[in-house]
Design a binder for this molecule. Structure first.
Ligand code: ZN
Ligand code: ZN
Length: 389
């Protein structure tokens, strides 16, 4: 599936919803559809077949967009205000009131909608990201025959199913992140601060070619590991504790996400037991990943094991989340996730954890591709309890 495929899938979705056009303004969605990686760009997707989609940016990105934007989009370089350029392309806006109305009407002679027999035209927008200010501006610019309809989540829905190139990008990011951590562990972590280890991990990922870390790395030893989102402290990592590291790399615009918990020396019985429990829950849930199972059901596979061991209140977060161009995207795996079944091409994390306040924490996270009856794990580091110095 190339960029054309994505825009055409979206167009089909718009037709099903009787929306004439979709204004895509969220940068990550613009990138997904057009290939453009700059910060100021918008795309206009036409529902009607045969219509060339449009892309808008400003003069600063003229060269970059010429190189990046797929041929299926007609490019426009706006002077300043992209929304004014969009409105103008729709035949409305400043200096263009009603201009070329017929030639750009996406549905000539289309359905009659709205009150008093007025012909309504439906322009979808992302109500999850277009600001109130932008919405007001758009409303002012457009002719009254345009109805603005919230269409948030449409592109995100497409993004949940990864194509081959996306899976290999995520796999490469995961491989790079695995390698960076391996190097950090070889250099030694005991006696260094959590912060130093986190910084070194991010530095190594960058040196190995990552564009960035997918999120601020978590390095948390001992009782600090009981905080699921612990921020690395300027505190030395001692011997004989559990050490949780949650990190990921961005490569070619795609994220990876992995967590491992290590032991920095002989552990208490309690710590070892909690580790084995989380590992068992993680592996059972991982083995249950397949098309057709819902995020809620998958969460329950791990949660039931942890609950039966008496730790129900110590696993406060969901089992996992989708990963792709963003570190957290759909589908969600949690108690509150819907009944929507997983599909081939979903890439999700499986990351149960048990957190004993003031004492210790364990989380084990893998990234997995839903692929028929044989899910593919994209993070490769061992999960057997490993001692590190
Ligand atoms: Zn993670
Ligand atoms: Zn995660």
């Amino acid at each position: 599936v190339n960029e054309l495929g994505r825009a055409e899938l979206l167009a089909a979705e718009l037709r099903a919803r009787e929306v004439d056009l979709l204004l895509v303004s969220t940068p990550v969605n613009v990138r997904y559809l057009t290939g453009y990686t700059g910060s100021n760009g918008m795309a206009l997707i036409f529902a009607q077949e045969g219509q060339r989609h449009r892309f808008f940016t400003d003069f600063r990105y003229a060269t970059q967009s010429a190189e990046q934007v797929s041929e299926e989009f007609e490019r426009s370089i706006a002077e300043t205000d992209l929304l004014a350029a969009v409105a103008s392309a729709l035949g409305d806006g400043e200096g263009g009131q009603g201009r070329d109305r017929e030639s750009v009407d996406p549905r000539p002679g289309g359905a009659v909608r709205g009150g008093e027999g007025a012909k309504r035209r439906m322009l979808g927008f992302d109500d999850g990201s277009l600001t109130v200010k932008q919405h007001t501006r758009l409303r002012e610019l457009l002719d009254q025959s345009w109805e603005l309809v919230g269409c948030g989540g449409l592109v995100e829905g497409l993004r949940e199913v990864k194509d081959e190139s996306e899976v290999s990008a995520i796999g490469a990011a995961a491989e790079l992140a695995d390698r960076a951590l391996t190097e950090v562990l070889e250099a030694g972590v005991v006696g260094r601060t959590e912060r130093e280890v986190a910084i070194e991990l991010e530095l190594r990922m960058r040196r190995l070619g990552a564009q960035a870390a997918s999120f601020p790395s978590i390095v948390a030893g001992g009782e600090h590991g009981a905080l699921p989102h612990a921020e690395p402290r300027a505190v030395e990592i001692p011997r004989g504790v559990l050490l949780t590291i949650d990190w990921g790399a961005v490569l070619d615009g795609y994220c990876s996400d992995c967590t491992r918990t290590y032991a920095t020396g002989p552990l208490s019985n309690e710590a070892s037991e909690v580790y084995e429990l989380v590992l068992r829950a993680q592996e059972r849930a991982l083995a249950a990943v397949r098309p057709g199972i819902s995020g809620r059901e998958l969460d329950a596979v791990a949660r039931t094991i942890i609950e039966r061991a008496g730790h129900s209140e110590h696993f406060g977060h969901g089992l996992g989340h989708g990963v792709g161009m963003e570190i957290h995207e759909g589908p969600r795996l949690s108690r509150t996730a819907g009944e929507e079944p997983l599909r081939d091409g979903n890439v999700v994390t499986v990351e149960p954890g048990v957190y004993l306040p003031g004492s210790l924490g364990v989380r084990i996270e893998d990234l997995v591709l839903v692929d028929g009856e044989r899910p593919q794990r994209l993070t490769q580091l061992s999960k057997q309890l490993t001692f590190v110095d």
